[in-house]
Write a protein that binds this ligand. Structure first.
Ligand code: ZN
Length: 137
């Protein structure tokens, strides 16, 4: 079983850390958040309840802020900022471009993190919650 962080970064199921969380490749942009009904390996439900992934907006926000702070510090160390040139605008443009380019990865990683907060490897709470959600149907 691969470590937690590796499973999150590779978008693997939080329970078995083997099954893929997403059905399509990241560059198929219209299907970037498509997930299977359940994990192919351990049958972990992916859409646990309606609106389950709304909270990923907060995770995605934290990820992008952390990324922006990281690029700011890296730019400061490697290139430097000055009021005498346009270096701050070059950083803003570069950072915005990277954020747009990496958006599919941020969206998927946010979902992987969000799901991993609710389900852990071989978690017994899953089956209990599945029973609870099934009784509502
Ligand atoms: Zn699984």
């Amino acid at each position: 079983m691969i470590p937690y962080l590796t499973a999150v970064l590779l978008h693997k199921c939080p329970r078995c850390r083997e099954g893929n969380l997403f059905t399509h490749k990241w560059y198929q942009l219209s299907k970037v958040t498509n997930m299977p009904q359940e994990c192919a390996v351990c049958k972990q439900k992916m859409e646990v309840e309606p609106g389950f992934y709304y909270g990923t907006g907060y995770v995605s926000y934290a990820l992008t802020v952390a990324f922006t702070v990281s690029t700011f510090v890296a730019w400061w160390i490697l290139a430097g900022f000055s009021i005498k040139d346009n270096s701050i605008f070059w950083w803003i443009g570069t950072n915005a471009s990277l954020l747009i380019a990496l958006q599919p990865w941020f969206m998927r990683t946010s979902r992987a993190i969000w799901l991993s907060w609710f389900y852990h490897k071989d978690d017994e709470r899953l089956s209990k919650l599945s029973i609870v959600t099934n009784t509502h149907k």
